[in-house]
Write a protein that binds this ligand. Structure first.
Ligand SMILES: Nc1ncnc2c1ncn2[C@@H]1O[C@H](COP(=O)(O)OP(=O)(O)OP(=O)(O)O)[C@@H](O)[C@H]1O
Ligand SMILES: [Mg+2]
Length: 610
């Protein structure tokens, strides 16, 4: 991926709108956690009150202002009253905690759903060039794993972002109120914690980045393997593919271990700091109770230890959150790269529609990399009148598919203009342009669902009659009706339960249903026998008489009757003319023709008189 991918532009700009519809739980969660933490810091206070109540006289009791002497002098009643209040506070704290957790889960899942929708909507707007830039597996990763990471962090933020600092402040405040000298222990402990944290953070970032990259490669290994499982088997490459996967998995494991190491170290460091602080508080505190004259009570020391735990606990949560942020930061960047990707093919906001279907290439050059150094098409001048049938012939890799992909703006020309109806294709809205241009791709895809639902992609509102007509023209009607369920036959993923030629014919029917002004067939009958190919061409002539047709083919027979035939040669147009003209003056064309006629390509040779 090039530098052109914008990295950090407005990292959170796309996130806030995703909370839409879930603001209530998103706000409720921190409020509930705030209430929970306020309850929680009160519990040690009651603990110390109960303990000290049994050990000291009313005059020496540090909380005497809160309790009447009468209650104090009845130990059973005193413990029961305070105990009951403590239980109620604990239950309340638990309740608020549950509400907070539930609300954050609600907000988090809703947020992730919105974010995924937004990502997918953006990816659907991607041009072919945009999709080429990111790999498909990386895009899948960004919509799944990366969104997950961001969701987890978002949930943590709304639960902990308020809770942890408030806990830190309240618990520290309580501790300082009990005994300033002892509470100063935190002042020593905290910098240690923060220091170790900063070091960890620095180490964590690159490791998480590396880990996500490895995830991409693993994903890509799985995807390719599954999508092409038949090819893998046909070439007996299972072992090779297994090794490839094993390697990707091993590398991921390695990078995961490297990244997780940070967390492994973080835990013990924090625990040791917490125990050190506890030991110091206990040591100094008990000395003070025995020898000192600061009036520290035993119960207070106990609650001080609990507050120490709460303070360090809050700090641990904050540090854990920070480490987690650094992990999520990488995911956030990856999501942002998608959201900030500039879509290079954007339709104009106009109402022009394709009316006649004439096509002009005016001195067009094109390169997939966007640089002039390796042009896939160079200085193409080609003019096709409305309603003409044009054949395109050329060797593999000569740029035939590239040429036609500029018409519906799958890619944009690097220089020169492509015009439809005499108007630059960039002046149409993408919808109107693509409604007017039907393209049967070289490796067209079908989708799971019934045959009819697949054909309806061409036109949602087509009547059953129109669908059958198109299927008839594409010579698909007969094989469709031979299936027990006819047009309602369920197709497997990508139409696996059809033969190659059947798939191609469905793709053609789907394109015909659109009744386009321009119809492009990119090697679309390569898997269809020559007799059927001939029938399809005949039917198309009568079904769409005024449609401009571009037929890319390997077989001369498929284009022999075209109004003109374009001969492509390594990104250039070598010649344009009718069959007879080209036979006279184009050496390339004659070579291809003779190769096919003279039985070197015997299968196709005999059919050229189609
Ligand atoms: N998505 C892509 N990214 C980069 N280069 C590409 C891409 N698609 C095609 N190319 C390159 O552009 C050149 C022309 O390819 P194109 O697909 O137009 O050939 P073609 O004439 O249709 O070949 P075939 O008869 O095999 O279908 C080839 O050299 C190919 O490597
Ligand atoms: Mg091609």
């Amino acid at each position: 991926m090039g530098d052109s991918i914008k990295k950090n532009k407005g990292l959170f700009r796309h996130l806030l709108p995703c909370i839409k519809g879930f603001w209530l739980p998103a706000i409720l969660s921190p409020i509930a956690m705030l209430l929970e933490v306020s309850m929680e810091v009160m519990i040690p206070k009651f603990m110390s009150a109960i303990v000290d109540g049994g050990l000291y006289r009313y005059e020496d009791y540090s909380l005497s202002e809160y309790f009447s002497q009468e209650l104090f002098s009845n130990p059973t009643k005193f413990v029961l009253t305070l105990g009951t209040i403590m239980v109620i506070i604990a239950l309340l704290s638990l309740g608020f905690g549950c509400v907070g957790a539930r609300a954050s889960a609600l907000a988090g899942t809703g947020f992730a759903m919105n974010l995924r929708r937004k990502l997918l909507a953006k990816i659907q707007d991607f041009s072919f060039a945009n999709t080429d830039k990111f790999s498909t597996s990386s895009l899948v990763m960004r919509c799944t794993t990366d969104v997950n990471a961001v969701q987890m962090t978002f949930q943590m933020i709304i639960r902990m972002m308020v809770r942890a600092p408030v806990m830190l402040i309240l618990a520290a405040n309580m501790a300082f109120n009990i005994n300033i000298r002892l509470a100063l222990v935190f002042v020593v402990g905290v910098p240690f914690l923060i220091f170790s944290l900063l070091i960890l953070l620095r180490k964590a970032k690159p490791r998480f980045k590396a880990m996500l990259k490895k995830y991409d490669s693993l994903n890509s290994a799985v995807r390719e393997n599954l999508v092409a499982s038949r090819v893998v088997k046909a070439y007996v490459r299972e072992d090779y593919e297994k090794d490839k996967f094993d390697n990707a998995a091993k590398e991921l494991k390695q990078s995961q271990l490297m990244a997780e190491k940070i967390f492994t170290i973080a835990g013990p460091i924090q625990m040791s700091i917490m125990w050190m602080c506890t030991i110091i508080v206990l040591l100094l505190g008990s000395k003070e109770i025995i020898f000192g004259n600061t009036g520290l009570h035993t119960g207070e020391l106990i609650s001080l230890v609990t507050y120490t735990g709460q303070v360090i606990g809050a700090l641990t949560t904050i540090s854990f959150m920070t480490v987690n942020f650094s992990r999520t930061h990488e995911s956030l960047i990856r999501i942002n790269q998608v959201m900030n990707e500039e879509i290079d093919v954007v339709g104009a906001d106009t109402d022009y529609t394709v009316e006649s279907g004439s096509i002009d290439f005016n001195n067009v050059s094109f390169s997939y990399s966007g640089s002039r150094d390796n042009l896939a098409l160079e200085n193409i001048d080609l003019h096709i009148k409305a309603g003409e049938t044009v054949g395109v012939i050329g060797s593999t890799g000569d740029g035939k598919s590239t040429l036609v992909s500029l018409i519906p703006r799958f890619y944009d020309a690097l220089s020169g203009t492509v015009c439809v109806d005499g108007r630059d294709v960039r002046e149409y809205s993408l919808k109107h342009l693509r409604d007017g241009v039907s393209m049967v791709l070289q490796n067209g895809s079908l989708f799971s669902g019934t045959i009819e639902s697949n054909l309806r992609w061409g036109n949602d509102h087509a009547s059953r009659e129109q669908i059958e007509q198109a299927a008839q023209a594409a010579q698909a009607h007969d094989f469709i009706t031979s299936f027990p369920d006819g047009y309602n036959t369920e197709l497997g993923q990508s139409g696996v339960n059809l033969s190659g030629g059947q798939k191609q014919r469905l793709c053609i029917a789907r394109a015909l249903i659109k009744e386009p002004k321009i119809l492009i067939l990119d090697d679309s009958t390569s898997a269809v026998d020559t007799a059927t190919d001939r029938k399809i061409r005949g039917a198309m002539r009568s079904a769409l008489p005024n449609t401009t047709k571009i037929i890319i083919a390997q077989r001369i027979a498929s284009v022999i009757h075209a109004d003109k035939i374009v001969v492509m040669d390594k990104g250039h147009i070598s010649d344009v003319g009718t069959h007879q003209e080209l036979m006279q003056r184009s050496e390339i064309y004659r070579d291809v023709y003779e190769a096919q006629i003279n039985g070197q390509d015997s299968q196709q040779g005999g059919e050229t008189d189609a």
